[in-house]
Each structure stands twice: as structure tokens, then as C-alpha cells.
Design a protein around this ligand. Structure first.
Ligand code: GSH
Length: 422
């Protein structure tokens, strides 16, 4: 991934698509946590068009201060930004159009030569902003006042999708800039409407063309690699847009999505499918063992860094940065928080049990875990519990791993926590 090969992946720092490193003219600056929807669509377009580029990850404001060297290049600190032949540019829509025209490919992202189709594309880009506005009114205002507006705008989007052949907005056999403009926001609408309003969009039968369009995106490896899971989105949305306003109908969904209930977050996990609350298409479902192994690999790649991260809990800084800064800082972010290593060995041991269980299946690891905990004093157990919980709630998709793997990791951490508590 550092050498520019392989498929779309969050960890890639160079993308060559068979070209030479000297051919790279573009640097994409995107957010470190893969939370920003504008970065996602730009990233996706570059992957779909196979434009050679380098990636620099910059944290969002909600996740810490931006590095000075970036602020010198982009004084407002906005993401995404691209540097094309040394010239900086912001605004995702302009970036995408500029890149499309600079790098002509068979899959041009807009129908530049066709006046009527360009008109349609412009109308659809306008409708996307209307949908985004209706979603903001619905999710971030109390009650259900904007529900009707959101639903009627979704229906207009559904109708627009139905007006052309195939799954994509402009017809044709590949997604264009219009599709990319919508997808990163609709991806966030699905979990947020469920989590704060109890509204199911996908599979409700109300928007069949949107369902088919989203499924067509999910068949593309480029898109799936950039996609976040429900938990990541319900935690990344408030620091960007403000708190969602829950209604009673959301109550059954909230704990399933945010991990405050055991369902979906503890073992045994029900198998994933296209019909799960959070659907996973068969073509990307690695199965239970495959997902466990991906999680174990990522955990072992992180090594001691992961244990040290979890040990921040006792460093005395957790939560402080957020309180000092007020509303728009992520609850999950503790930039620069020191780690207190008093319990590092215990946390490392606990995470070794998580890894073993992920690799071999938890049943065969229960006895070894129990034996290790038998003589541990209460204070150490309590410390391990807090550190593991801190880590469990900070597994983010796609930043850390895929959704099926993240789900396994969270549940296996919970399994070790349960044993510690018992
Ligand atoms: N209109 C801009 C919007 C970009 C934008 O709002 N970016 C947000 C992140 S989603 C940002 O950079 N905010 C500063 C920060 O959070 O660090 C675009 O389309 O690129």
C-alpha cells in the first residue's frame, strides 16, 4: 500500500494504477478518520477514474488541532484539499470536475458534450443539496417537523433514479460525479435516520430505486473500501453537524447501533447478510472466521501501540480536550492524551486473549483466559475493564478495519470484559 499497488484501502498512501511514481501529479489531503463525506466522494472519484495520486491524512478540527504546515497551505483548514502540480485547491465539487477534465478516461464523470444531459446533471446536483438540507432539518431539529419534507425529497430522488435505465442517475453503466455527490451523504442518512428518528430508509419499500442504486454501489470494491459503518457515522455526525434529536421511535435502534446494548455487540453474533439491520452483501461477506481473522491481523499489526492507546484512560487527560473546546469536538477524541503505563502489561495480556479468541474461536480460549484472571486483584481488573471499553468504543470503520471485522473485534473485547467482570 505504501508502494502504490493493491485495491482501494484506507491505509494506502500512494495509488499508481500501473503508472510510475514520477507520473503522480496529485496529492489528496483527506481526513484521518475517514469521517468527512466530502473527502469520501473525492477519494472515490479518484479511485473510480484510477488517477495516480498520493494521500496525506489530516485530522478534522473535531479530532484535534491541524498541523501548522497544512494551515500554511490551506489557511481555513478545509478538507478535502488537493495539490495539483503544486497548486492547492479546495471545494470537493470543483476538485472532482477539475480532476475529471485533467485526466480524461473512458468513464468521464460528467457528460460535458451533451447539453441536455449536462442540464439533467446540474438539476440532480441541485436536488442533492435539497436532500441534504431536508436531512439536516429532519435529524437536527427536535421532533418530526421536517419528516414530510425529508420523505418527499427522498421520493423525488427515487423518481429521478427511476427515470433513467440502470441503477445510476445519468443512466450508463458506471457511476458518475452525480452518483458520488449523493452517495457519501445517503450513506450517512441511513444510520442517522434510524438512530435518531427510528426511520428505516433502506428496504422499507418506499424508495426501491434508491435501494437498487445503493446496492449497485455496494458491489463496487472502490466504494465498499471507503464506506463507514452505522456506529462510526452516529459518532462522526454530531461533532460535524451538531447533536441529532431523538424521537421515541428511535429507542429500539439506539442501543443496537451505539453499543449500549449487548445485541449485535457481544458473542454470539448473528451471521451478517443482506437483510441484517446493517446489511452486508454476500460478495463482501468474509464469513465469521474471515472477519475474525481480519480483526486479529489488524490488532497484531497495531502491536503495543494499541495497548498504550487503551491505557490513556489513566493518563489524566481523557475527556479534557473536549470539555475545554465545547460542542463541536468529538466525544471520542483525546488528541495527545498521555498513556499511563501502570496497567500496560495487564491490558496487553487482555488484548492477547482477544487476539487468541479472534484467531481460534473464543470457546477454545475460555480456560486460558480464566486461569490468567484467577489471581488478579480487583483494582487491576477494574483498570483493564476501563481500558478495554475505551478501545472498544473507538474501533472505527473504514479507518481501522472493515465493518464485519470491527463487529467481531468489538464483541471479542466485550467477551474478555465479561470474563474480567465475572
Ligand atoms: N464545500 C466544501 C465542504 C467541505 C467541508 O465542509 N469540510 C469539512 C469536513 S466535512 C471541514 O473540512 N471542516 C473542517 C474540519 O472539520 O476540520 C466541499 O465540498 O469540499
Amino acid at each position: 500500500r505504501a508502494k502504490g499497488g493493491g485495491g482501494t484501502h484506507n491505509d494506502a498512501t500512494l495509488r499508481l494504477f500501473g503508472k510510475k511514481e514520477s507520473d503522480v501529479r496529485v496529492v489528496l489531503y483527506r481526513d484521518h478518520a475517514a469521517w468527512c463525506p466530502y473527502c469520501q466522494k473525492t477519494w472515490l472519484l479518484m479511485e473510480e477514474k484510477q488517477i495516480p495520486y498520493r494521500i496525506e491524512k489530516i485530522n478534522m478540527r473535531s479530532y484535534g488541532d491541524k498541523p501548522d504546515w497544512f494551515l500554511q497551505k490551506v489557511p481555513r483548514g478545509l478538507l478535502p484539499a488537493v495539490e495539483i502540480d503544486g497548486k492547492m485547491m479546495t471545494e470537493s465539487l470543483q476538485i472532482m470536475q477539475t480532476l475529471d477534465q485533467m485526466f480524461p478516461t473512458d468513464n468521464m464523470m460528467l457528460p460535458y458534450g451533451d447539453k441536455a444531459k449536462m442540464g439533467l446533471a446540474q438539476d440532480l446536483l441541485g436536488l442533492e443539496r435539497e436532500l441534504f438540507g431536508a436531512w439536516c432539518s429532519y435529524v437536527f431539529q427536535p421532533g418530526e417537523r421536517a419528516k414530510g419534507l425529508f420523505e418527499s425529497t427522498m421520493s423525488r430522488v427515487d423518481k429521478a433514479l427511476g427515470a433513467t435505465p440502470g441503477p445510476w442517475f445519468l443512466g450508463g453503466d458506471y457511476p458518475t460525479l452525480v452518483d458520488m455527490q449523493y452517495v457519501s451523504h445517503i450513506e450517512r442518512m441511513l444510520p442517522s435516520c434510524l438512530y435518531w428518528k427510528g426511520m428505516r430508509i433502506r428496504g422499507s419499500g418506499k424508495y426501491p430505486n434508491v435501494d437498487a442504486w445503493f446496492a449497485a454501489f455496494e458491489e463496487r470494491p472502490t466504494y465498499v473500501a471507503t464506506k463507514g459503518d452505522f456506529y462510526t457515522h452516529v459518532t462522526d455526525i454530531p461533532p460535524q453537524y451538531g447533536p441529532g434529536q431523538p424521537v421515541d421511535a428511535a429507542a429500539p435502534f439506539i442501543p443496537k447501533i451505539d453499543g449500549s446494548a449487548r445485541e449485535g455487540w457481544s458473542l454470539p453474533l448473528p451471521p451478517l447478510s443482506g437483510d441484517s439491520l446493517e446489511p452486508v452483501l454476500e460478495c463482501w461477506n468474509p464469513g465469521e472466521e474471515g472477519a475474525r481473522h481480519e480483526a486479529a491481523l489488524k490488532l497484531s499489526e497495531g502491536g503495543e501501540k494499541v495497548s498504550k492507546f487503551a491505557c490513556r484512560v489513566y493518563g489524566g487527560e481523557v475527556g479534557k480536550w473536549r470539555i475545554q473546546g465545547g460542542g463541536m469536538r468529538s466525544e471520542l477524541a483525546d488528541p495527545g492524551a498521555p498513556s499511563d503505563e501502570r496497567f500496560l502489561e495487564d491490558v496487553s495480556t487482555a488484548l492477547r486473549h482477544v487476539s487468541n479468541a479472534l484467531i481460534n474461536g473464543h470457546e477454545s480460549c475460555a480456560a486460558a483466559l480464566k486461569a490468567d484472571l484467577a489471581d488478579a486483584p480487583k483494582a487491576r481488573k477494574e483498570a483493564v475493564l476501563e481500558c478495554l471499553d475505551y478501545l472498544r468504543l473507538r474501533v472505527s470503520v473504514p479507518r481501522d478495519m472493515s465493518y464485519p471485522a470491527a463487529r467481531q473485534l468489538r464483541a471479542h473485547i466485550q467477551w474478555v470484559m465479561d470474563a474480567v467482570q465475572a
